[in-house]
Design a protein around this ligand. Structure first.
Ligand code: ZN
Ligand code: ZN
Length: 351
């Protein structure tokens, strides 16, 4: 059996490069050569064992990593839409395809979540992922990439997709104003994609990442350390409030401020997981101003559009990828990403 190098986790913080068997594609699956895989905000916590109680991973040994792009090298039985040599970007979620939610297109909310026997996969969380030279993925979790898009850029298909989904859920229209709380990679791309839809974008944050948001095209940037961001958003919108708020920071203050920043009948999408135990929301504002607050989970049915935006140069992810490392440097790469060393935004690994 042929072998490959992979980052194998054997417990909380116990991970290293091992030589393991190359997995075999089953029915409806393809074997891919992973070319680039980006470190997700959730990856350090996964490596540290912080999500074990959520059964992420369900058992050790395990291979994390889900923001990947690469080439199809072998087809399993029944694969009809991909061929060997296709360059593809991966999606983390692959639904069972049969439950009510999957059939309605909501496959990131699959009712058979975590049940591998149903066909459900959540790569890098409940099924082995992409911190490896090769990986097996379902055909439906692979999106063929345009030639002009690089593997590194395509790793942002996941991050960009999460951003796009939050805007879709909020039904952002042209001429609207979108305020984004949290200038990390997801928030930055939510801001960029909102602008491609003809909306004006305000980014709320602080420090270096706010500077990057400015370079990425934010119409307004608001430093919450220097002012009251809610008042500032009201000033920018002539007292009315933003049409939509995207909350990508996950703190008590940012959730509260995001809801307070929208106009009457405004919409709020929450995309950040929070480290806090519970977050207070201003219920009276939500009720009296009829504000629609939505959770937004992952990136269903958005990869094609994100790849097109990349192909057409309407969004730019190159300047968000601040560091690249080889697979062997995974520990250092996680450290650089987690501690935002030398202004790290997005860190990409080349297996
Ligand atoms: Zn991710
Ligand atoms: Zn399902």
């Amino acid at each position: 059996m042929e072998k490959m190098k992979a980052v194998v986790s054997r417990g909380a913080n116990e991970y290293s490069i091992e030589t393991v068997d190359i997995p075999r594609p089953g029915y409806g699956e393809v074997l891919c050569r992973v070319r680039s895989v980006a470190i997700c905000g959730s990856d350090p916590g996964l490596f540290h064992g912080k999500y074990e109680e959520r059964s992420w991973p369900p058992a050790y040994p395990f291979i994390f990593g889900h923001e990947w792009a690469g080439e199809v090298v072998e087809l399993g039985e029944g694969v009809a839409n991909l061929k060997v040599g296709d360059r593809v970007a991966g999606e983390a979620h692959s639904g069972c395809g049969i439950c009510e939610n999957c059939r309605q297109g909501f496959y990131t909310l699959c009712l058979n979540y975590g049940k591998n026997e149903s066909g459900h996969r959540h790569y890098g969380f409940t099924s082995n992922g992409a911190y490896a030279e090769y990986g097996v993925f379902t055909e439906k979790s692979c999106e063929v990439m345009p030639d002009q898009v690089s593997f590194d850029e395509a790793t942002m298909c996941d991050t960009g997709g999460v951003a796009l989904q939050s805007l879709r859920i909020a039904n952002v229209a042209s001429c609207e104003t979108v305020v984004v709380y949290g200038p990390g990679p997801i928030g930055n791309l939510a801001m960029q994609i909102a602008r491609t839809k003809g909306a004006a974008a305000i980014m709320v944050g602080r420090g270096h990442r706010l500077e990057i948001a400015k370079k990425s095209g934010a119409d307004y940037v608001v430093n919450y350390e220097a002012c009251d961001p809610v008042e500032e958003v009201r000033k920018i919108t002539n007292g009315r409030g933003a049409d939509v708020a995207i909350e990508a920071a996950g703190t008590q203050a940012s959730v509260h401020n995001a809801i307070k920043s929208v106009k009457k009948n405004g919409r709020v999408s929450l995309i950040a997981l929070t480290k806090e135990k519970d977050i207070y929301v201003p219920v009276n504002d939500i009720v009296c101003d009829q504000i629609r607050v939505n959770g937004s989970r992952a990136n269903p049915n958005v990869s094609k559009e994100v790849l097109q935006l990349l192909e057409q140069g309407k969004i730019d992810t190159k300047h968000l990828i601040t560091h690249t490392f080889d697979l062997e440097e995974i520990r250092h790469a996680i450290e650089v990403f987690e501690n935002r060393m030398d202004g790290a935004m997005k860190v990409v690994i080349h297996p």
